[in-house]
Unconditional design. Structure first.
Length: 218
C-alpha cells in the first residue's frame, strides 16, 4: 500500500506515510473484508457508508498539514479510520457521524485500540462543532454542494486548513481551503467521488448514495 498506492502517486510527507503504515487499517473494516483492507479502493462499513480508499485518505491528510497539538474536526467519522490517522499525527480530534450506530462502533473501536484525544459526536456534521471551535484542521469526508457549509468556514481558525469534496451529488473536486486574516483562498487537488454530505447546510436526506472516498487520480 505504502509503495504502490501512496509513494508512486505522489504522497511524500514522511509523517503521513508513517501514520498510514502504523494505523492498522484492517481493524476498521468488517471481518469478512479483512483480506481486502489494504486494496486500492473504498470498502463498505455498513449503513451505505464506506471506509475511503487509502490514497484519498493520504491525500487529504497530507493537504491539511497536521501538526502535533492541532485541534481537528472530521465531518463523517465512519469507522474511525481517519480519526486514528489524525490522532497518530498528534491532533486532538473531534469527529461527527450522523449515523448513531456507526458513531458508537467507532467509539468502541478507537477505545479498544487505545487511541487517546479523540471524541466521536453523533449529529449533523454540516453544523460543525461549535463547543470545540475554532479548529486548525477540518476534514470533510462526504461530498458538499457547491456552497460550502458556512458553519465550517466560521469554525476554521485563522491560519487553518479545510479539505472538502465540493460539487454535485455524483462527482466532486477535492478542495483545500486556507483561512488567513479572515480571508478564504481555495486550491483544487483532485477529482473525486464521495457520498453526499447530508444535513442542514448540505444535501437533503433523499440524495442517492454512491461510493465514498474514491479518487480518479491514478
Amino acid at each position: 500500500m505504502i509503495e504502490h498506492q501512496l509513494r508512486r502517486r505522489g504522497i511524500h510527507d514522511s509523517r503521513v506515510l508513517d501514520a498510514m503504515f502504523s494505523v492498522p487499517r484492517h481493524e476498521f473494516v468488517s471481518p469478512n473484508l479483512v483480506s481486502k483492507a489494504y486494496d486500492d479502493r473504498p470498502l463498505p462499513i455498513g449503513a451505505t457508508e464506506t471506509i475511503s480508499q487509502p490514497y484519498i485518505v493520504a491525500v487529504m491528510t497530507e493537504a491539511v498539514r497536521v501538526l502535533p497539538g492541532d485541534k481537528a474536526l472530521e465531518v463523517g467519522a465512519g469507522s474511525g479510520y481517519q480519526v486514528a490517522i489524525l490522532a497518530h499525527l498528534g491532533a486532538k480530534v473531534y469527529a461527527i457521524e450522523r449515523n448513531r450506530d456507526l458513531a458508537e462502533a467507532a467509539r468502541l473501536r478507537l477505545a479498544r485500540l487505545s487511541y487517546e484525544g479523540v471524541e466521536i459526536i453523533s449529529g449533523d456534521g454540516t453544523e460543525g462543532y461549535s463547543p470545540a471551535a475554532p479548529f486548525q484542521v477540518i476534514m470533510v469526508t462526504a461530498g458538499s454542494p457547491p456552497k460550502i457549509p458556512q458553519p465550517l468556514l466560521d469554525q476554521l481558525a485563522d491560519g487553518g486548513r479545510l479539505v472538502i469534496p465540493v460539487g454535485g451529488r455524483d462527482y466532486q473536486e477535492l478542495n483545500l481551503i486556507f483561512k488567513h486574516d479572515g480571508q478564504i483562498a481555495t486550491r483544487t487537488i483532485d477529482p473525486c467521488q464521495f457520498v453526499p454530505l447530508i444535513g442542514k447546510y448540505g444535501w437533503p436526506e433523499n440524495v442517492p448514495k454512491n461510493r465514498i472516498g474514491f479518487s480518479f487520480n491514478v
